[in-house]
Write a protein of this length. Structure first.
Length: 750
């Protein structure tokens, strides 16, 4: 008997019995001849169709396997139909022959509607399927014990503008893009609390724990400070330390003419129809894998799917500021002439490589935002035919070998703690969470010993937050960190963490630690000192007020530091303002006084910042308008706006859409009876278009939203119309009291 064949048959039978829904295909061979990557790196496809379709995000389990979220319902055609179909999937990729390429795939969860985020946390899987955020345990690669974490995680909003990310940070909190909430599970209960509103699609972190994100037109935005260190005053919204544009240069260097939504706008396309600046930046990644050469450590890579490329930016840390610059003026880290290459997310891998989630499709613009210009171009060059595909690519260094993926299940406590020294940030992050999840008392002294004896500042930082997550961090451990000459960044974390131990008995020690820290004359340390005194004020207000004023005076015009002070004084704003004004006058206090006055006025007006007042994601006007259009207007005008013969004229190119928005509003409000001319063609229609003014289900806002969508979808753009004007036009009725005629509309002076 041929034992190789016998073994293969047994293996396949076993897999079919043990696995979930198993996909088995021959490994596809995909050419990357159309792709360019800078010297010193290799690019490889590690998963592709037919194993996956329309991937948008990924994560790795403790075995190093890829888990892929497949958003199959997104823009299956130019009309955007079928988005509400439950065809989304979360799949597990497997490489059973160990050649680095997926040869099997298991379906972990299916029948999902537009799933958008996952995270392996707390021994299970956290995943987002709008509007819900769910958590499930994982039992033999199958979901179990499903728990609803948040019923309004991504309630409302366009598919391109809903929360996503689910990234565990070093502080043991899970952060998101397009959201002002973070999540954590503690003692079996889920906690949701406000945080800074960040970005659009994709989120990343550096080794210190600062967060990075972006918007369509800005390739990199970020925070100068650690999360939630400047937002605790509910009546002051920080502007100088978070949500900062880091890249002054948004230029891109595509390899071919670019198909973008507003390509007709002046300055969007340059010579040879090449895109000039980013228009759909997403999926930023701070590289922390430890495999690339040192110059690439903590570089930020950014997806630019509309131009089929990935950018590289070098971060520059300058104390109270961070900037990012492109290292090359005329080329990109990766660029392709393949218009199906749509990188939408990037991830550090357990092997130290960088992984690219390539949605691989022609259409990446949601219907609600799709301009006639791009719609027609996609039809002409058949971009809409690139569908049903998807790929995961891997970037590796030619100089360094890939790291071996640790087998976390086999390691002792000593070996696990030692992994906190690993050069790969992914390994350090996962080790921290595994130690917290295991919560073994035997690991505590080993972690404390690492903090006391290690020269690896990053390992010590992870150890601190591991102890915090285990409930084993103490004031003495932090006091030791702040008493020795730790790095500025480690000491900064020390001041953030030590606020949890504010008590009367610790005041004297805390004052000594602050005095020693201020002697280092480092703006970062002074900021975190100023930002972390809130809980201490109740025990020795005069001492800490004096410190805050001294720091404020030292950095009089530095808004970065002054925002840290406002974070600490929180509910004591009026009292602290009186204290500041009562001290000896100092011209350097002008800024802090103005910031305090702003917070006081906001409190008097009962205006909390949006960080605290915003509870859900709002549906934007174009998306809301599109939803109404689909249900009310498309039945007659067609989902594509081309009209239906004998029923309704086309909207594409119609002078009633292109022209006066007042006239368009009157048609929607009060209706229209034929005949009517559109684009010089006479349409003799038997029926009438009913108006919405008499239908109480449609508000002024609904009418405004419809016009916002029509303006975007069937014109080259222009101004919308506000609800106040809609309200006024409700009273401007047709002479017959029913519907307008074309003749009457054209005679109106608006």
């Amino acid at each position: 008997m041929n034992f190789k064949i016998y073994y293969s048959i047994i293996l396949m039978l076993t897999l079919s019995l043990v696995g979930c829904k198993l996909k088995t295909f021959k490994e596809p061979v995909i050419s990357l001849d159309a792709y360019r990557i800078v010297d010193g790196f290799d690019l490889k496809v590690v998963a592709s169709e037919p194993f996956i379709e329309a991937p948008v995000v990924m994560d790795f389990d403790n075995k190093g396997r890829m888990w892929i979220v497949e958003m199959k319902g997104y823009m299956q055609n130019l009309e955007g139909t079928g988005e509400d179909e439950p065809n989304g999937v979360i799949s597990i990729m497997e490489d059973l022959d160990n050649d680095g390429v997926t040869d099997h795939a298991k379906v972990f969860l299916d029948s999902l509607v537009l799933p958008r985020a996952i995270a392996h946390v707390y021994g299970g899987l956290l995943y987002a399927e709008p509007p819900n955020l769910w958590f499930v345990d994982i039992k033999k690669d199958k979901p179990a014990n499903k728990v609803l974490v948040d019923s309004i995680y991504s309630y409302g909003g366009n598919v391109e503008h809903q929360p996503n990310g689910l990234m565990m940070n070093i502080d043991n909190w899970i952060y998101n893009a397009k959201s002002n909430f973070r999540y954590q599970r503690s003692n079996g209960k889920w906690i949701k609390e406000p945080t800074t509103y960040r970005g659009q699609w994709g989120i990343s972190k550096d080794n210190f724990g600062r967060l990075y994100y972006n918007t369509n037109a800005t390739q990199l935005v970020g925070d100068y400070v650690l999360p939630n260190t400047v937002i605790n005053n509910p009546y002051y919204k920080p502007r100088h330390s978070v949500n900062k544009i880091l890249t002054p240069n948004q230029k891109v260097y595509p390899l071919h003419p670019t198909s973008v939504n507003r390509g007709y706008s002046k300055g969007t396309l340059g010579k040879d129809s090449l895109l000039v600046n980013v228009t759909a930046a997403c999926g930023p990644l701070v590289y922390r894998g430890g495999q690339f050469e040192a110059a690439y450590t903590e570089n930020v890579f950014v997806c630019v799917p509309e131009a089929n490329l990935i950018k590289r930016n070098v971060l520059n840390f300058q104390g109270d500021k961070i900037t990012a610059n492109q290292p090359w003026d005329t080329k990109e880290f990766i660029a392709s002439t393949d218009e199906g290459f749509r990188p939408v997310n990037l991830f550090n891998g357990p092997d130290g490589s960088m992984y690219i989630v390539d949605m691989h499709r022609g259409i990446i613009q949601d219907k609600a935002y799709l301009s006639p210009y791009l719609l027609n171009r996609m039809r002409r060059i058949k971009l809409d035919t690139i569908i049903g595909m998807g790929r995961i690519l891997k970037v590796t260094s030619q100089e360094n070998n890939e790291n071996k993926i640790p087998n976390f299940e086999e390691f002792s406590d000593v070996e696990l703690v030692d992994l906190l020294n690993h050069t790969n940030g992914w390994v350090r992050d996962r080790t921290q969470q595994i130690l917290i999840e295991k919560n073994q008392n035997t690991a505590v002294p080993i972690l404390v010993k690492l903090i006391q004896n290690s020269n690896n500042e990053l390992a010590k930082l992870h150890a601190l937050y591991t102890l915090k997550g285990m409930g084993a961090l103490t004031f003495d451990i932090l006091k030791n960190i702040l008493n020795i000459n730790s790095s500025v960044l480690l000491s900064a974390h020390g001041f953030v963490l030590i606020e949890n131990f504010a008590s009367e008995e610790n005041v004297e020690s805390m004052l000594e630690l602050i005095k020693k820290g201020r002697l280092r004359n480092q703006v970062e340390l002074d900021f975190y000192t100023a930002a972390s005194l809130g809980s201490w004020l109740q025990y020795s207000k005069d001492d800490f007020y004096l410190l805050l004023v001294a720091i404020s005076d030292k950095y009089g015009a530095n808004s970065f530091v002054q925002e840290g002070i406002l974070n600490s004084i929180r509910g004591r704003t009026e009292e602290f303002k009186t204290y500041v004004d009562g001290n000896e006058k100092n011209i350097s206090r002008d800024l802090i006084s103005k910031l305090l006055e702003t917070a006081i006025q906001n409190k008097e007006d009962n205006r909390e910042t949006s960080i605290y007042s915003k509870k859900t994601v709002n549906t934007d006007s174009r998306t809301a308008g599109y939803n109404t259009f689909k249900t009310v207007c498309a039945a007659c005008h067609g989902i594509d706006g081309n009209g239906i013969e004998e029923v309704a004229p086309p909207l594409n190119g119609s002078e009633f859409i292109e022209g006066s928005k007042d006239r368009l509003a009157l048609i929607i409000l009060h209706g229209l009876s034929g005949p009517i001319h559109v684009n010089g063609v006479l349409y003799k229609l038997n029926g009438v278009m009913p108006g919405l003014a008499k239908n109480s289900a449609f508000s002024d806002s609904d009418i405004s939203n419809i016009i916002s969508y029509l303006n975007n979808a069937f014109t080259k753009g222009g101004k919308g119309i506000g609800t106040d004007r809609i309200r006024a036009l409700r009273d401007k009725k047709p002479k017959n009291g029913e519907q307008f005629t074309e003749e009457e509309l054209l005679k109106l002076i608006l």
